[in-house]
Design a binder for this molecule. Structure first.
Ligand code: HEM
Length: 502
């Protein structure tokens, strides 16, 4: 007969860990009355992780009904206070102060301090955000970037895609926008020399950034932490070498059109080498993590929905391109497709860090730590959007009475595809230009696309599009859990060259 007491099972490393978990959980449960409430869960030890990870939007929508608009969610190593609703979007994105509810601290902490340090250097963040707006977002620069993108897409990417029996949709959109972003930042010569390596680095860093292990233990103690460290070091090495070389040849920078050249000419100082390097290694990631998946989801929904595809094609037929660029001021349907895709996919979570306990205007206490809004959960609210689970771009077309749903939704923080307030996206105009004046119409005008049937699962995903979004690896906008494949066939006659019969 065993002589051990009731505590015997706890005298082992695993037992001690379980005991520690139970004790910490008991401490969380005892909360003062006005602290934000926890989400409901049946998994005592695993918190809300199992329900949250596969579909955060569904989980948060359900918890909102059960608990209310403010919900604390226990993701084991991250306890996050979610603030759900249009008014909370406004408070977090526009009204709260960076010193209380910080985006830059959140980004830096989330990336284990390996990225976004440039955003924390005093004064540099405001300097760089202004640079981004001037250097890659002014109207003239956007036009130049779009022209270069259009040429590369038409002469290289599209024909390559048509040469293959089928292409992976998300990976292909990733490749073309990565090429475009890196060309925008550093020019074509740099992309030809380093583009492939940077692409591989980025592809290994993305899941490593999302892996919770990277933050649970020091970077050297987990494979994902080591992958992050190795990737960011190599990425910064490549960028730093380029910065140093450019600083040695200011005349070439004056001739150059890319963003690095313009930044160097505007500042002309060697003291910024480290700042430039930090800035670009962060910017490459920020510029990439939404546009490629947005592009792919919209295409997939169009291809799966003949009625909307026909409306898109009709708009292209009626608006032939001028020098390869489509006149988007006459193309509201394309705009509505961008918005509707954003409503369903962009920003399931926007993260911040509360630097101390915060008392909200209603007296509720938000404990120090992670805070998040979930714009997609708000954008799936049936009180705001009719049949919210349907991908229906028409909801964003101006009504016959001229009412613009998007404008009023944006004003009221009910639709924040590109964020809002002080950290609103710096790439809005560029995104509209690349996707709407160039990529989507140029591809569908000149090529016929078909989804390869066995690469999707009938009925799965949002509005039965055939693929679930992969929220577990969702940095920015999620890719699919698997790749949908598409067959690309060149049209004999572009849509926009067909005689338009009224
Ligand atoms: C579909 C495409 C895109 C979407 C949906 C999108 C969305 C967003 C959102 C929601 C934010 C705010 C994040 C937050 O407040 O937590 C943001 C910030 C930002 N975006 Fe985008 N973005 C897109 C494309 C781009 C592109 C192409 C660029 C590059 C030019 C870019 C550059 C930035 C920058 C620099 C910020 C940080 C602004 C700041 O901190 O003040 N974005 N984006």
């Amino acid at each position: 007969m065993s002589s051990g007491g009731w505590f015997q099972p706890f005298i082992s490393p695993v037992g001690i860990l379980v005991l520690a978990l139970i004790v910490t959980r008991l401490c969380w449960i005892r909360k003062p009355a006005n602290v934000a409430p926890w989400a409901k869960s049946r998994h005592y030890l695993l918190g809300h992780l199992l329900a949250y990870i596969p579909d955060p939007v569904k989980f948060l929508g359900e918890q909102r009904r059960l608990v209310g608009d403010v919900i604390r969610v226990d993701l084991l190593i991250m306890k996050v206070t979610f603030l759900i609703g249009a008014d909370w979007n406004r408070w977090v994105l526009a009204e709260s102060d960076e010193s209380d509810v910080s985006l830059y601290y959140a980004v830096s902490f989330f990336s284990c301090g390996l990225l976004a340090r440039g955003f924390q250097t005093s004064g540099w963040i405001y300097h760089t955000l202004k640079s981004i707006r001037v250097g890659s977002n002014g109207p003239k620069r956007i036009e130049e970037i779009t022209r270069e993108f259009t040429t590369t897409a038409r002469e290289r990417f599209f024909p390559e895609w048509a040469d293959q029996s089928k292409i992976p949709l998300f990976a292909s959109c990733f490749s073309i926008f990565f090429d475009s972003n890196v060309t925008t930042f550093f020019g074509r010569r740099f992309v030809d020399a380093h583009g492939s390596e940077l692409k591989c680095i980025f592809t290994t860093m993305k899941p490593a950034l999302m892996n919770p292990l990277s933050r649970m233990v020091p970077w050297w103690a987990s494979p994902s932490g080591r992958a992050l460290k190795k990737g960011s070091r190599r990425m910064k090495g490549i960028i730093e070498a380029e910065v140093v070389e450019r600083l040695r040849d200011l005349d070439a920078c004056r001739e150059g059109k890319d963003y690095l050249s313009s930044l160097i000419i505007a500042n002309q100082t060697e003291g910024y080498v480290e700042d430039y390097t930090e800035h670009f290694s962060t910017f490459i990631i920020i510029a990439q993590v939404n546009i490629d998946a947005t592009c792919a989801w919209a295409l997939l929904h169009l291809l799966r929905n003949p009625e909307h595809l026909m409306a898109f094609e009709d708009e292209v037929k009626a608006n032939p391109p001028v020098d390869g660029i489509y006149p988007i001021e006459n193309m509201p349907f394309g705009e509505a497709c961008l918005r509707e895709t954003g409503r369903l996919y962009n920003n399931s979570v926007m993260l911040r860090y509360a630097q101390h306990d915060i008392q909200t205007p209603s007296g509720l206490i938000l404990p120090k730590g992670w805070i998040a809004t979930s714009p997609v959960t708000v954008q799936m609210d049936p009180d705001l959007y009719y049949k919210p689970g349907k991908w229906n771009p028409r909801r964003f077309l101006p009504s016959t009475a001229g009412e613009d749903l998007h404008a009023s939704r944006f004003r009221n923080y009910e639709f924040v595809q590109f964020g809002a307030g002080k950290n609103v996206c710096s790439g809005i105009k560029l995104t509209h230009s690349l996707l709407r004046t160039s990529f989507w119409p140029a591809l569908l005008d000149n090529y016929q696309l078909e989804v390869v049937p066995n690469s999707i699962v009938e009925g799965e995903g949002t509005d039965g599009v055939g693929i679930m979004p992969n929220h577990a690896e969702n940095l920015g906008t999620a890719f699919g859990v698997t790749e949908p494949y598409v067959k690309v066939t060149k049209r004999e006659v572009p849509l926009s060259s067909m005689v338009h019969v009224e």
